[in-house]
Design a protein around this ligand. Sequence first.
Ligand code: ADP
Ligand code: MG
Length: 487
Amino acid sequence: MPTSAAVPSPPPPPPVRVDQTRMRIEKMESDRIERRQRAREMRDVRAEEEGRKDPSLGDVDFVMLIRRWREEHAGMARSHDCDDVIVDDVAGGGTTSTSKSTITHARSSSGGEGKRICVCVRKRGMDQREVRMHEHDAVTIFHPTATVHSPRLRVDGYTKYCDHNTFVFDHSFDECSSTEELYGHVALPLVRYVLCRGGSDTMACSRRGSFVGGGVVPLGTVFAYGQTGSGKTYTMRGIQKMVAEDVFAMLAAEKDSDDDDDDDDDEIVGQRQRQPLPRSSEDTIVSIAMFEIYGTKIQDLLNNRNRLKVLEDGKGEVVVSGLGEYEVSNPSEFASLIERGHTHRTTHATEMNDASSRSHAVCQILLREKGNGRLMGKLCLVDLAGSERGNDTKCHDRQRRTESSDINTSLLALKECIRAIDTGSGYVPYRQSKLTLILKDCFVSKFARTAMIATLSPGSGSTDHTVNTLRYADRIKEKKVVVGGPS
Ligand code: ADP
Ligand code: MG
């Protein structure tokens, strides 16, 4: 029996609604492209009006906001030799906020030569990567201040504004300042201090003998702190080169003056008891040790990356067991040894996918008395791990997470230990990390001087890290002093 096959009905046309939705989406997309194109053209026109040669250098609206801020605040800038800007003491320090500007005053009355802690910042110039990424320069240095201009968007989604965070330090160096300039203000006072018998605090020193009372070893420590790529190693290497020159020049100068002055011993003993007595190359051996702290591992950078152990004896003395110490007798020997240490660090860094940003490198310059080898002075130059690593704790890689947590712990412990010097607090939490344990003397000795150099990347893509770096440096000093005020 024939069956009547049902004729298949044609598929229903797609609902009109879907078509309209698709069309609306396409229209939105083309509008967006057009809007972006228009914005780009307007930006270029405005940039041209502004007289900027390369309109690709950052968002012109933010650039203009920052430029205006700089014009309005140019009066904040001081000369590095001008020390009379301290206006008022603020007990416990303070942060003054205006609607969009914040000024944090971290300049203590103790900074620079003869002072226990000196905190400074150094901004480098924009680098190729930042220019390629169309970032703009978002950091302004008006010594002694450093300001970060963080780009922000209002809730309406298109009005741009900047958060201006200003901090005040002992010294602020901009991209035009040389390492020599920074060295002269920040590190040279420590080199002089370490080379003088007892430094400027210990006036009671005799010409041929060691310190009256004994046991006084002047210590100077310079830290470079900042985000990876901000210029820590660049600055530290420059300082190391200058230290190499100056240590031997100072020792030689003192030897010459010793030879000239031999007849007037008694008179000089009297004078030197008022002024600190520098060492001379006649009675001093200079030696160098370099090591790296990578997580809980400590490795000798001058001796095949040998693993080292940190030991604290019953008397509380901390020793890095097995650390090689190499004698140098002139600036070029000094420089080539330091170069060897750097080569070991960098080679390893490449193998380990930039381990240098995850390790602290310590370079110690030791002055020992000829004959008995007694330590007479020590200068430590510390290139710290990248500060952004400490925040990297959400990383999925377990090893990275552990590294980040170690860095975080050590940088926090370091801040607390330096703060303890400033506040005179009896409690110094130096056992909280390997870094602070090794540097214990630098925090507990009455004869220790410290300088902290916070290095800054200027790019607008780094403003969050830059503000964190400045906050860290700012927190190091407890005693705050107001310089000027918000305008
Ligand atoms: P970090 O040690 O903080 O990771 P580096 O010292 O390696 O950073 O610096 C990153 C790059 O920036 C290097 O190429 C360095 O030469 C350059 N640089 C850093 N600071 C300065 C500066 N003040 N002037 C010129 N170039 C700099
Ligand atoms: Mg580095």
